[in-house]
Design a protein around this ligand. Structure first.
Ligand SMILES: Cc1cc2nc3c(=O)[nH]c(=O)nc-3n(C[C@H](O)[C@H](O)[C@H](O)COP(=O)(O)OP(=O)(O)OC[C@H]3O[C@@H](n4cnc5c(N)ncnc54)[C@H](O)[C@@H]3O)c2cc1C
Length: 605
């Protein structure tokens, strides 16, 4: 017998789980100077948004129902990068965009096919995470100052003895109006998706012997085949075709413990998904005669399991009241989307219950670190929320912005040599860092004393009514209610349009420009045709494509950066050599289609 040798690795921060929350946490931590490892059990990154599962990233904007609420920061960067090279929604291409961003990030090491097996703890701290890489047969002992649980299931926290919850709180515990009267163990179920395409001629389908049978009565409350349905006060209408789906092919929420029963649930899902396809093909006209399955998921998507308890549990009331926490670091807006625990087998119950609310709520920093394990943070669906609040906070846009907040906070904790909880006393610094990195926190604005743009004299070659040049220092880099917070020029058909910031001579070392990719229109990966058709084919029309950044002294250009085919919202330029300057200008030559130049923010450091 060969005794196992561990490879000992030392990091500042170890993030376990490479879904959208883990990716954003790891990138943020590394970009803020922390030596970081990202451990991902499967061969691709993205979690439920990867090619293995193929869910589209939804967020506070509820697809397009709530205006100007799309998540920005790292998630926007990833989605825009994907949009610029993945016009036809290929999931494998998206996988590689995620891989590239992580793999080539300075300070960040990626361990794919590597699973957290166990943890070592001492004095309510995690000292090491034991992980195994299946492809290399290597075993690792990862030491770190801070560990982030982005596993979805809260596995790291569970192994470490962190306090956790699973199932539903009773109504009285947090006075949640829509919680059940008594607590229970029910969760939402797991799902497997499929994609089919029209082959232009009739295609037969022979049902496998092990697949289940479904009648129209069984599926009377589940939209399938050619079906138009409507949900949401804000007017979400979806026309289903038998091309992809179905989120309601869901099971396992009533098994008592969906983690322990995961393998059984997966097998059952295989029988259901092929049974549903058999129904579409062979049980009446569902518009599917010419369709054939191109892809059926193997890895189920998981909606709900453990939630790790932090210093605060966000509740339904916080969500409904659009609560702005003093220690807000992220936000959500998706309805509380509470799926039926028995899933597809509960034919008389709607597959989900949407509890809608207007606006967005914030998520407090106290919900992102463990109450009882001092160096454990969480990101994703396993954060400290009640089951009711999870119905909203679980969508991947919300998970991703929370992940960025966690990674940033973890790097700060490493920098200051303190615990995640102690970062609470530096919350203003954390919030300001997130805003600088293009995150949005409703109710908060730029108050960075190092940014000297607000004291500059700001002029432009033109502007449209209500979109004056001074709007670029409003402190908020998106439209909020009626306030545009944006400089918008007159038409570029008149020639390039320029915004200028003049100041007393000084040595700027960084210029940060925030453009407008239209935070009301979707740009994410999706296998759903109706979603794909709502998107613009290439880049967002409002995004500035070609522009020049110029730095002046006494009317002479002393630094110039010409950018062609820009594909990002936040563009950062570092002036490496010290230059004494008295003016910065951004000249916009072209957008991807919008007639005017639109800039939300320019910061000068
Ligand atoms: C069918 C379905 C439909 C959904 N629809 C939508 C939707 O339309 N839009 C939306 O935004 N959200 C949707 N959701 C919800 C959303 O997908 C999840 O809430 C979200 O993915 C949670 O993000 P996460 O990062 O916490 O976990 P995940 O996305 O699950 O990522 C966790 C990652 O951790 C890895 N991991 C797990 N355990 C270990 C371990 N021990 N060691 C190493 N790595 C590990 C996994 O491989 C995975 O990559 C849906 C969910 C399901 C199941």
């Amino acid at each position: 017998m060969i005794s196992e040798q561990f490879i000992e690795c030392n990091y500042d921060i170890v993030v376990i789980g490479g879904g959208m929350s883990g990716i954003c946490a790891a990138l943020a931590a590394a970009r803020h100077g922390a030596h970081t490892a990202l451990i991902q059990s499967r061969p691709v990154l993205g979690g439920n948004a990867s090619s293995e599962i193929r869910m589209h990233i939804a967020g506070a904007s509820c697809h397009f129902g709530k205006k100007n609420l799309w998540e920005t920061g790292i998630l926007m960067e990833l989605m825009l990068e994907n949009k610029s090279r993945n016009t036809y929604f290929s999931y494998p291409i998206w996988d590689m965009v995620l891989w590239e961003k992580v793999r080539y990030q300075e300070n960040l090491d990626l361990f794919l096919n590597t699973t957290l097996d166990s943890v070592e703890t001492k004095d309510a701290r995690i000292t090491a995470a034991i992980c195994r890489q299946s492809t290399t047969e290597k075993a690792f002992r990862f030491y770190a100052k801070i560990f982030v649980d982005a596993t979805g299931n809260g596995t790291l926290g569970y192994f470490a003895g962190a306090e956790w919850r699973m199932g539903s709180e009773g109504r009285e515990e947090f006075n949640e109006p829509d919680a059940p009267a008594q607590p229970n163990n029910n969760t939402m179920g797991n799902s497997i998706m499929f994609i089919a395409s029209d082959k232009g001629e009739e295609v037969k389908f022979k049902k496998p012997s092990w697949a289940h049978t479904f009648t129209e009565e069984d599926l009377k409350l589940r939209p399938h085949g050619t079906y138009t349905w409507y949900h949401g006060e804000d007017g979400i209408t979806e026309e289903d075709v038998p091309e992809s789906g179905y989120w309601w092919i869901e099971l396992g929420g009533d098994t008592g413990n969906i983690i322990e029963n995961a393998e059984k649930v997966t097998e059952e899902l295989y029988k259901v998904v092929y049974g549903i396809w058999d129904h579409l093909k062979n049980a009446g006209d569902h518009g599917a005669a010419n369709y054939e399955l191109d892809w059926v998921g193997i890895v189920p998507g998981i909606r709900e399991s453990r939630r790790l308890v932090g210093d605060y549990l966000v509740t339904e009331t916080d969500v409904l009241e659009n609560r702005i926490f003093e220690d807000a670091v992220a936000y959500g807006g998706w309805p509380m989307d509470e799926h039926a625990p028995h899933g597809v087998y509960d034919k008389d119950v709607n597959p989900t219950r949407f509890i809608n609310f207007p606006g967005a709520y914030t998520l407090p920093y106290r919900s992102y670190y463990s109450k009882n394990i001092s160096n454990l943070m969480m990101a994703g669906r396993d954060i400290s929320v009640t089951k009711m609040a999870l119905g909203s906070s679980r969508v991947m846009g919300t998970c991703a912005v929370g992940g960025q907040a966690v990674g940033t906070a973890a790097a700060m904790a490493v920098h200051y040599g303190c615990s995640p909880r102690e970062i609470g006393s530096r919350i203003h610094e954390l919030q300001q860092t997130l805003l600088k990195d293009d995150c949005y926190i409703p109710g908060f604005r730029n108050e960075d004393p190092d940014d000297f743009a607000p004291s500059a004299n700001i002029t432009a070659t033109s502007h449209t009514p209500g979109n004056e040049p001074g709007k670029i220092v409003s402190g908020v880099a998106r439209v909020v209610n009626e306030e545009s917070n944006c400089w918008e020029s007159e038409t570029l058909e008149k020639g390039p349009q320029t915004i200028m910031l003049a100041f007393s001579p000084r040595e700027p070392n960084q210029i940060r420009i925030t453009f407008d990719p239209n935070l009301s229109r979707e740009i994410m990966m999706s296998m759903t045709r109706t979603v794909q058709e709502r998107e613009v084919k290439y880049m967002p029309l409002e995004l500035v494509r070609d522009f020049t950044v110029k730095v002046f002294r006494n009317g002479e250009v002393i630094y110039q950066q010409q950018v062609k085919e820009n594909n990002q919202r936040l563009c950062v330029y570092n002036l490496d050599a010290p230059l004494t300057a008295d003016k910065v200008a951004v000249e916009v030559q072209a957008t991807y289609g919008c007639p005017s130049a639109r800039i939300f923010e320019i910061r000068l450091y």
